[in-house]
Design a protein. Structure first.
Length: 329
């Protein structure tokens, strides 16, 4: 559900109530999102190099490019909400104790023993990722990157890991028509995948069941992928890969019998969480920095191609076939 003007105004008031200074980087991000949400693309003359503060503000706003106002408003609300929950949680709850983060509609987020676990929680829809879930996963990742955990885990509730993009996302057409829908979806997807590229801590997928589409294609951005032998991956040609085949292809790190999957993986995760967190974070940074620029470039290109493909008859027919399949029974 899109952030309303009221949500936006509440978030602006919430910023004033933050207990801790979120730091210059976050304040610049808030400034840029506020300006984009209220005025649109950067319309400020570029300040001189010695005007450091206004130059930093100009850079932050200009970086958002043509991000739609409503997306900027949503991102502002999400950022403030993650700041409030992470600053509240870091000040109110002692590290190492079990705390369940509320404030999510489509996820369950818990943090204990140095492990933040993000669980996709739409089991009745095979954890299909709707627009709200895209935003909530980004918000949860941003909060996890700042909390006191050492590692972050993503998994699914129910019999599926995730059936990928919620195909009803394509039915919510804005006033600007399917072209605007495709443009906004490409912006959203690029930001979503970018969060996984930039995530600073060890990120581990627990593929508890079948995975489809985007939930498979981002696995390559995780630092480890543990799969139950119930898991299957569906990618090109619509062919189902077994977890073992995906492991042989290097997409999965290790496969476990479903009966021992949770126990085996959590034993490993708890051991990993006891390793020196800064050493793990810096090791990941050194490895990922070498490929980050290329990953963002590939992400941008893929989203641009997808924006065009979503307007094709092939895509529209596939979506309509799926959405009408049960009415044909
Ligand atoms: C910002 C945009 C980014 C776009 C980039 C991402 C692209 C992708 O991820 S492409 C891949 C998209 N996903 C799919 O095409 C999978 C579609 N789903 C299926 O093929 C099947 O549901 C299944 C094989 C995943 C499971 O089949 P089955 O066991 O028969 O279960 P049902 O089909 O009855 O599903 C139960 C329930 O869940 C709903 N549902 C499942 N997957 C999706 C989905 N991807 N989108 C929307 N809804 C989904 C399904 O409609 C059923 O709902 P009810 O009929 O209301 O019970």
């Amino acid at each position: 559900m899109r952030a309303s003007q009221k949500d936006f105004e509440n978030a602006m008031n919430q910023v004033k109530l933050l207990k801790k200074d979120p730091g210059n980087e976050v304040k610049l991000k808030l400034y840029a999102l506020y300006k984009q949400a209220t005025e649109g693309p950067c319309n400020m003359p570029k300040p001189g190099v010695f005007d450091l503060i206004n130059k930093a503000k100009w850079d932050a706003w200009n970086t958002l490019g043509s991000l739609p106002k409503e997306t900027a408003r949503q991102n502002y609300v999400d950022l403030v909400s993650s700041l409030s929950s992470s600053l509240e949680s870091s000040s109110q709850v002692e590290p190492g104790t079990d705390r369940k983060s509320t404030g999510y509609e489509t996820l369950m987020v818990t943090s204990e023993d140095g492990i933040t676990k993000i669980t996709l929680n739409r089991p009745a829809k095979k954890n299909a990722i709707n627009i709200e879930m895209y935003h909530e996963i980004m918000r949860a990742l941003k909060a996890a990157s700042k909390d006191d955990s050492s590692i972050t885990v993503l998994t699914g509730n129910g019999d599926y890991y995730s059936s990928g993009n919620d195909l009803t996302n394509f039915t919510d057409i804005p006033p600007g028509g399917v072209e605007e829908k495709a443009k906004n979806s490409a912006i959203l997807l690029r930001e979503f995948v970018g969060c996984f590229i930039d995530f600073p801590k060890p990120l581990i997928a627990m593929v508890n069941g079948p995975a489809v589409g985007i939930s498979v294609t981002i696995l390559g951005l995780f630092d480890a992928v543990y799969a139950s032998d119930r898991a299957t991956e569906m990618l090109v040609f619509g062919k189902k890969l077994t977890a073992g085949e995906a492991c042989a292809q290097g997409l999965v790190t290790e496969v476990f019998p479903d009966s021992t999957f949770q126990k085996e993986v959590w034993t490993r995760l708890k051991a990993f969480a006891k390793l020196p967190p800064n050493a793990m974070r810096i090791s990941k940074e050194v490895i990922r920095n070498r490929e980050k620029e290329k990953l963002h470039a590939v992400n941008a290109e893929e989203c641009s191609v997808l924006q065009e493909r979503w307007l094709s008859d092939e895509c529209m027919n596939a979506v309509m076939n799926f959405l009408s399949r049960k009415s044909n029974l």
